[in-house]
Design a protein around this ligand. Structure first.
Ligand code: PGA
Length: 249
């Protein structure tokens, strides 16, 4: 059976003390079964989060990394830096990185390649803008993003890949794709992976949904057969809300 995952992306939120407080609140929520739970603090708090979650089943993951392993790239973080502090999974391709930091499909293909070459799990984000959906172009946009960044991988690399479909119009807006819209896109994505890499890989890859997932809508979205969990932004900043989402898997 494919794994279920709920991951919280804390984005540019929480100073050091707030990070510790949120981690304590998450740990106080106790255990969970049948789901992998991950949180992505900002980079300067990763080592602290790894230490504070050491005795917990919650995994700490990165929000981003650079494609180069080292060199003159001021302000960037490498795969080796993440792994040296115990971070073995990273979000790549988030729509905010694409929109505000000019991350191209080509750069993302390089980042994914660097990550999997170093046995790093990748939570790969992609999704259409509102105009694409209005123009009925959403399937083509998603297919293009996947092909450019992931379809050059070797079949054996797919064990490191988690997909996160995040329609841009649903991120941080309070708008959520309907469970039917999510299922329709997830089934399309799984089919694309099956065509390119075979049914076994497609059946195994977890496809998360992201975009205004909340305690009130999580269960319905997660009940769809091709939705294997969620990437959570705003609701991940509150331990009660995040764990309500975790338990709705
Ligand atoms: P949101 O963010 O849950 O606040 O919409 C989702 C994301 O950006 O992954």
């Amino acid at each position: 059976m494919r794994k279920k995952i709920v991951a919280g992306n804390w984005k540019l939120n929480n100073n050091q003390q707030e990070t510790t407080a949120l981690i304590s609140a998450l740990k106080a929520k106790g255990s969970f079964t049948g789901v992998e739970v991950k949180v992505a603090p900002t980079s300067i708090h990763l080592a602290q989060a790894v230490a504070e979650l050491n005795d917990s089943a919650i995994e700490v993951i990165g929000q981003n990394m650079h494609q180069a392993t080292h060199g003159a790239f001021t302000g960037e973080i490498s795969v080796g830096m993440l792994q040296s502090i115990g971070v073995n999974s990273v979000i790549l391709g988030h729509s905010e990185r694409r929109a505000y930091f000019n991350e191209t499909d080509e750069a993302l293909a390089q980042k994914v390649s660097t990550a999997v070459d170093h046995d790093m799990e990748v939570v790969f984000c992609f999704g259409e803008e509102l105009e694409d959906r209005k123009a009925d172009n959403h399937f083509a946009v998603v297919e293009g993003q996947l092909r450019k960044a992931l379809f050059g991988l070797n079949p054996t690399d797919w064990k490191y890949i988690v997909l996160a479909y995040e329609p841009v119009w649903a991120i941080g807006t309070g708008e959520t794709a309907s469970p039917e819209q999510a299922q329709e896109m997830h089934a399309f994505i799984r089919n694309l992976v099956a065509e390119a890499f075979g049914a076994a890989i497609a059946e195994n890859v977890a496809i998360l949904y992201g975009g205004s997932v909340k305690p009130a809508n999580a269960q319905e979205i997660f009940s769809k057969p091709d939705v294997d969990g969620g990437l959570i932004g705003g609701a991940a900043l509150n331990a009660d809300d995040f764990f309500a989402i975790v338990h709705s898997i």
